[in-house]
Design a protein around this ligand. Sequence first.
Ligand code: SAH
Length: 256
Amino acid sequence: MSTSFVSIIGAGPGDPELITVKALKRIQTADVILYDRLVNDQLLAEAREDALRIYCGKAPGLHSMSQEMIGRMLITHAAEGKRVVRLKGGDPFIFGRGGEEALVLAQAGIAFEVIPGITSAVGTSASTLIPLTHRGLASSFACVTGTGSDGNVSSVRWDLLAHSVDTLVIYMGISQLSDIQRELLRHGKHSSTPAALVERGTTSQERIIAGTLAELQSLAVSESVNNPALIIIGEAVRVREQLVQLQRAADASMTG
Ligand code: SAH
């Protein structure tokens, strides 16, 4: 009987404490860990000293290891009976190619499990105090990619998203921001809709740049927003302003 087994696990959005107990256990017992660019180093430090750590990350525009190669490595190590962990930023099944890798393993007859992670939209929502849903302001949200598989602006239906979803969270959108902004405005989303750019959400380097839909592209340029970053658009962004003001007032009354 084969003992080949791969755990495809989510590392969470950046803060190393935002990983599930189950995923952390897999890291601690792994023989081999294939990890991506957005995985926090502190999580890799949890692995056994003798565990083999293999970097598979892709810097934007550069492919350091092809998807095919990653699949082959997963299969090879698992076939040797090693405990293999495939560690991905956020959640493996949300813009993480976890599904593709699961298919490769299933086709090769290798048993696997998928352990979820907190996706960056959800992690960042909490760390920036922007609720994705909020009674009276937002009763739906969507996570969409801003970049299509060909590297250009994504083929998502901006015309429909402009009207049918209250809070929009756009992954991989910074390089396509001017097109995204134009599409949403062209399809009738109001230019004064509150919006935020969040760089390195949940980490100690988190930056939040808030404004309106009409200002997004110029804010991204003037503030030199870099990846990884999310774009959040919707009335719920206002809740953050309210919360921050209330917190400031509370702090002032404590110190004053
Ligand atoms: N599987 C990941 C997404 C990978 S796609 C997840 O579930 O979160 C990579 C994109 O995720 C980046 O371009 C960026 O838009 C977003 N992202 C990942 N980590 C982020 C972070 N800490 N802050 C802001 N955006 C992040």
